[in-house]
Design a binder for this molecule. Structure first.
Ligand code: ATP
Ligand code: MG
Length: 541
């Protein structure tokens, strides 16, 4: 390219005044620099970036809230609360725009909706839906593993191989100044010696500052005030506090089996049929087969593995048809699953041979936990050390966090002081060391909600009585044996149901949370709200 090419291009481009001035200054420098100089090549790259940005491009918003709601409903089954919240957000935005008002900013201003929940519940795809509903361009910015502030805000131009940050690149990719930008996995942003990306994001998200966003590479100001920012995260606790303050949380806790069947039939199956090159109707999957796929071939809060299983199933059928082994149309019934994709991987604990169950020996109790993958059942194992060889004291394994370790100590203290009244042989606890283990050992675990499970595992060990295999529990325990409230009730109950548990013990003070649990799950569970751990032992042993 000739240097004067750039002058003509800058002059012809639709640029804001300040940007044009800055660009012309660079063209001056370019014209003075020699053709082969490295400076010349940096300037050209910079000018290319500036010329590619959609400075004055804006898409027209589809400001019809009924239409927007219809798009949200068409893209996702269920999720009524979530869709309602997004519709409210769009409605408020529209009304404020109609009155020429800016978006509400500031702390807890609700300027940014954050979709929080386990993998595969539809967070990313809801983001795309919002863009479709508003008639805007959509760009996803993957933040997982970003540790360098320059990833967000760009490198200074003096830096070798300098690039603009991801925000600028997102605007370029969108081709408009008002896209929907999904900050995906905002909980996986780290920070180290290269600065704090969260601080840069804070500026990006702050309506008071983001109309003059400065990328280190670009140097000229970029107006981000028309961008709709959404964020997604798996784990709320991992979102930097300052960012959390800017966001309004929308929680997705996971699906029931019925919801999964509906999602699979209406959304996953049609999409996977197309991927497998099959016409709609060429392969049908019976609801009962979908239910078995959801319940026994996968065990997850979301539907990602379910979608993969459907894909596998359809690939097999497509191949069989091509090999002349299968006539189409074809309906996959429950009986067809095994020959097509093999044995199920997950049988409910209760359906297992009693001798094979985890709780078949005294000292093992079933707890409920919330992890990054959603709710899950977790087992607590207790054993007593040999009085001759084993040491005294408490041995804890399974990568337990500090709070969970304290729960173990509280459980032990409670049983030492109250064991006699519960007719447990507490002498053993005084003379012999105790070992508590929470598999899977490689997954870090924390939080106080395993208190009841630890107490129950120990009491079961001392009494020699097995814990009922169909019971799972959650709750913090105090030194006096009170059962204190915990978080994540909906996720935990969904997990209990998935795992085939039929009786669940929760803290009495969590009873109001049962309102959030779908009736389909509550109907199949026998839920006992309790306020004293002695009652837990009565129910479980
Ligand atoms: P991750 O945390 O792993 O990024 P995610 O929540 O972003 O997960 P998605 O990728 O959005 O999950 O969803 C996984 C798949 O399931 C997508 O194909 C999505 O369209 C589909 N899906 C999830 N929930 C629904 C729903 N309620 N209705 C229709 N499809 C859904
Ligand atoms: Mg996602």
């Amino acid at each position: 390219d000739e240097p004067d090419d750039y002058r003509a291009r800058v002059e012809a481009a639709d640029l804001p005044e300040k940007v044009r001035e800055a660009a012309l200054k660079e063209v001056d420098k370019l014209e003075r620099s020699s053709d082969q100089s490295p400076e010349g090549s940096w300037i050209r790259t910079w000018l290319d970036t500036v010329l590619e940005l959609p400075w004055n491009e804006r898409t027209e918003d589809a400001y019809d809230i009924q239409g927007a709601k219809a798009v949200l409903d068409a893209d996702h089954a269920g999720l009524e609360d979530v869709k309602e919240r997004i519709t409210e957000y769009l409605a408020v935005r529209k009304r404020r725009a109609d009155r020429g008002l800016g978006i509400v900013g500031g702390r807890r201003g609700g300027a940014v909706l954050a979709l929080v929940g386990p993998p595969g519940v539809g967070k990313t795809s809801l983001g795309e839906s919002v863009a479709r509903a508003m008639g805007r361009k959509f760009v996803r910015v993957a933040l997982g593993g970003v540790r360098d502030e320059a990833e967000i805000r760009g490198h200074r131009r003096t830096y070798v191989g300098a690039l603009p940050g991801r925000v600028v690149r997102a605007i370029k990719e969108a081709g408009s100044m008002n896209p929907v930008v999904l900050l995906d996995e905002i909980d996986k942003v780290g920070s180290d010696f290269r600065g704090d990306p969260a601080a840069a994001l804070l500026e990006v998200l702050d309506p008071a500052q983001n109309h003059t966003f400065r990328d280190h590479y670009l140097e000229v100001e970029l107006d981000l005030s028309d961008v709709v920012f959404l964020a997604t995260a798996n784990v709320l606790e991992a979102i930097p506090e300052a960012l959390l303050d800017r966001m309004e949380l929308v929680r997705l806790d996971g699906y029931t089996e019925d919801e999964k069947v509906t999602i699979a039939r209406d959304h996953l199956l049609p999409r996977q049929l197309e991927r497998a090159g099959l016409e709609p109707g060429e392969v049908t999957v019976a609801d009962e087969a979908l239910r078995k796929l959801a319940g026994e071939y996968t065990r997850e809060a979301g539907v990602r593995t379910l979608e993969r299983s459907i894909a596998r199933l359809l690939r097999k059928v497509a191949a069989q048809h091509e090999l002349g082994e299968r006539e189409l149309p074809f309906t996959v019934d429950v009986a067809e699953l095994r020959p097509l994709i093999g044995r199920p991987h997950h049988t409910p604990e209760s359906a297992q041979d009693p001798a094979e169950r985890r709780t078949a020996v005294p000292g093992v109790a079933t707890g409920l936990a919330v992890t990054g993958a959603g709710g899950d059942v977790l087992f607590v194992e207790a054993s007593l050390a040999d009085p001759e060889t084993g040491g005294a004291g408490l041995n804890l394994t399974g990568q337990l966090g500090d709070v969970m370790k304290e729960s173990a100590r509280i459980a032990l203290s409670f049983l030492r002081s109250h064991g006699a009244e519960l007719e447990l042989p507490v002498g053993d606890l005084k003379e012999r060391g105790v070992h508590l283990h929470v598999p899977a050992g490689a997954v870090p675990k924390d939080g106080p909600s395993a208190g009841v499970t630890m107490t129950t595992a120990l009491a079961s060990l001392l009494s020699g009585r097995q814990v009922r295999p169909d019971v799972a529990m959650t709750g913090e325990v105090s030194l006096t044996g009170r059962v204190l409230p915990i978080g994540g009730v909906k996720q935990k109950l969904l997990a209990a149901h998935r795992a085939g548990v039929t009786t669940v013990i929760i803290p009495k003070r969590n009873e109001p949370d049962l309102d959030d649990v779908p009736a389909e799950v509550l109907d199949k569970l026998d839920v006992h709200p309790v306020s004293d751990v002695r009652r837990v032992l009565e129910l479980a042993l």
